[in-house]
Design a protein around this ligand. Structure first.
Ligand SMILES: C[S@@+](CC[C@H](N)C(=O)[O-])C[C@H]1O[C@@H](n2cnc3c(N)ncnc32)[C@H](O)[C@@H]1O
Length: 213
């Protein structure tokens, strides 16, 4: 099935839904400090790109609304169940982040974690985020990025790029997302780079931050 360019893989779609359910708590443990900072004080209604199975529901207050842009249908059952458990109202849209179909300047806050690595065109997604954010609205992100050129981690990211992308439905460890965020035309972009110490070495170079419309 195709949702504005996103192709759901019959094998890897369900595999990734199961993978992120099983390893979600472990990934969360590694990134929690950064998420607590950038996802603090979210408004009543939040738009999330690529919600997956609901890793970020915990950063919303019970009773608030999540507009989840998630084109990958195998994620939906777990996402619905997680939202119900957390008391978050779920407005699930089977759309891609490149074309959310949300009105112009309709959102106070858009969030994403580990999604800009996977979308087909991150620059197009950032333009879409700017379109839907109200002036002064925030895009808050936690993403993994390419390591420093010439570093051993960068070499490993290059070496493993094909099996990694195959397994994780197009995910790339080689994106300069900080550069794209700075070039996207936001009024201000605050970015903190950091390194995790997980066994998933190619995924350890990350950024977290807030871009202001
Ligand atoms: C690595 S998972 C991360 C899920 C979740 N945000 C988390 O932190 O656990 C990437 C997610 O992005 C979604 N995704 C992939 N391409 C997308 C696109 N073009 N638009 C929106 N979501 C997309 C996938 O379906 C998947 O749920």
């Amino acid at each position: 099935m195709t949702v504005t360019g996103f192709v759901v893989n019959k094998g890897r779609g369900p595999f990734n839904a199961a993978f992120f359910s099983a390893l979600g708590p472990y990934i969360e443990w590694h990134v929690r400090r950064h998420k607590r900072r950038v996802f603090a004080d979210l408004p009543e209604t939040v738009v999330e790109l690529g919600s997956g199975v609901g890793a970020n529901l915990r950063y919303l207050r019970p009773g608030s609304t999540l507009v989840a842009i998630e084109p990958n249908a195998p994620m939906h059952r777990r996402l619905r169940a997680a939202a119900a458990r957390r008391g978050v109202r779920l407005d699930l849209r089977e759309r891609s982040a490149e074309r959310t179909d949300l009105p112009d300047q309709s959102a106070d806050s858009v969030i994403s974690s580990l999604v800009l690595c996977t979308v087909a065109d991150p620059a197009e997604v950032l333009a879409e985020v700017r379109r839907v954010l109200r002036p002064g609205g925030t895009f808050r992100f936690v993403e993994h990025v390419a390591a420093r050129p010439g570093s051993p981690t960068r070499a490993l990211q290059r070496m493993l790029r094909r099996p990694w992308a195959w397994t994780f439905e197009g995910c790339s460890c080689e994106r300069d997302l900080a550069g794209l965020l700075r070039a996207a035309g936001f009024a201000r972009v605050d970015i903190e780079p950091y390194r995790l110490h997980s066994p998933f070495i190619t995924f350890n170079t990350q950024i977290a931050g807030i871009a202001y419309a």
